[in-house]
Design a protein around this ligand. Structure first.
Ligand SMILES: [Mg+2]
Length: 307
C-alpha cells in the first residue's frame, strides 16, 4: 500500500521514512503542503496520508478539507501529526476531515498500529465500492447474454429519442425475434436454448456500429436501437444483423441447428414526440406479419409514429 508522507521538518521526515520503508510501505514524500496536495489531488494518489498539521504553503487542516471535498474513491485515510501543545485542537483536526491523529514525537508501535487501522478502513471501503459496482452491473446487464437488459436498453432508447428529437433526426428500432425458439428449447433442452441466445447475441453485435445498441428485451427477443437511421437505412442495417445470425448453423448437442430471426422495424422522425414503449410496440407488430410471410426476414411496421 502506498503512503503519502507530508512533513516539513527534515529530521522527523527522515525518521518516519525509515520506519515506513522498514514496514514495507511504498512511500511518496512531500516537504510542504502544496506538494502534499499535488499528490492527493491525483485520481491514483496514495490511499493513506500521514500529514503534518503545521506546514508552509498549505497546512494539514486545509489539505484534509480539500481531500474530503474531492470525495475521491478509493477513500483517502488521513492521519494528522500534531505537536503536544496542539492537543486541544484535535477536535478541529477531526472536523476538517482527518480520520485519526498522532502527537509528535511519534511512538513506533503506536504509529504502526494506527496505520493498520487505516489499511483496514481503506480495504473495507474498496470492497464496498467493488460490491456497489457489481450490484450496479447486475441491475443493467442481462446475465445470460452480457447485453444490456430491458431496463438498460429502454433507458438508452429514452435518451436517444430525446437527443434525436432535439436534432430532428430519425431514429429506428428493430425488435429481433429468434424463429422457432420454442421448438429449439423443446427439442434440445433449455441449456441448448441458452446457448442459442448467447450465440445470437454475439452474432447480432458484429454488424452494428459503436453508437448503435442492442439489448435483451426478454425471452428470445432483442431490441436494436439505430439513432440517425431512417426506415430505409434501418432496413439495411437490420438485414445485416439478420444475415449475421443466420450465417452458419450452430452446433448444439452434436446436432447442426440453423438459427434464423425475424426483425420488426419502427421509425420515428421530424422531431415527433414518441414514447420509448410506443415505438417498441410499433416494431413488435411486425414480426407476426413477417412470420406470416415466412420467417428470416425484416419487416417494417406500418404504424411508425405515435403522437
Ligand atoms: Mg511542521
Amino acid at each position: 500500500m502506498r503512503i503519502l508522507l507530508a512533513e516539513d521538518e527534515p529530521v522527523s521526515r527522515h525518521l518516519l521514512q525509515v520506519c515506513l520503508t522498514g514496514w514495507g510501505y511504498e512511500i511518496v514524500v512531500a516537504a510542504d503542503g502544496a506538494e502534499a496536495w499535488q499528490q492527493l489531488e491525483r485520481g491514483d494518489g496514495p490511499s493513506i496520508a500521514i500529514i503534518d498539521w503545521m506546514m508552509p504553503g498549505m497546512d494539514g487542516l486545509e489539505i484534509c478539507r480539500r481531500v474530503r471535498a474531492q470525495g475521491r474513491e478509493p477513500y483517502v485515510y488521513v492521519l494528522l501529526l500534531t505537536e503536544r501543545h496542539q492537543q486541544d485542537d484535535v477536535v478541529a483536526g477531526l472536523k476538517s476531515g482527518a480520520d485519526d491523529f498522532m502527537t509528535k514525537p511519534f511512538d513506533e508501535p503506536e504509529l504502526r498500529a494506527r496505520l493498520r487501522v487505516g489499511e483496514r478502513i481503506v480495504q473495507l471501503q474498496t470492497e464496498l465500492v467493488a460490491a456497489r459496482e457489481a450490484m450496479r452491473s447486475i441491475a443493467v446487464v442481462d446475465a445470460l447474454t452480457g447485453l444490456p437488459n430491458r431496463t438498460a436498453i429502454l433507458q438508452t432508447l429514452a435518451k436517444e429519442l430525446n437527443r434525436t428529437r432535439r436534432e430532428r433526426a430519425p431514429l429506428s428500432v428493430g425488435l429481433v425475434d429468434i424463429d422457432h425458439f420454442k421448438q429449439i428449447n423443446d427439442t434440445y433442452g433449455h441449456l441448448a436454448g441458452d446457448a442459442v441466445l448467447r450465440q445470437t447475441a454475439t452474432r447480432m453485435q458484429a454488424p452494428l456500429r459503436s453508437y448503435e445498441a442492442v439489448g435483451r428485451w426478454g425471452g428470445e427477443e432483442f431490441l436494436i436501437i439505430l439513432p440517425g437511421c431512417d426506415a430505409q437505412v434501418a432496413h439495411l442495417v437490420t438485414d445485416r444483423v439478420r444475415s449475421a445470425v443466420a450465417v452458419e448453423p450452430l452446433l448444439i448437442e452434436g446436432a447442426s441447428v440453423s438459427i434464423t430471426c425475424s426483425v420488426g422495424l419502427a421509425t420515428t422522425c421530424d422531431g415527433r414526440i414518441v414514447q420509448p414503449l410506443e415505438l417498441v410496440s410499433a416494431a413488435d407488430l411486425a414480426p407476426y406479419r413477417a412470420k406470416a410471410h415466412g420467417r428470416n426476414r425484416v419487416e417494417a411496421a406500418e404504424v411508425a409514429h405515435a403522437g
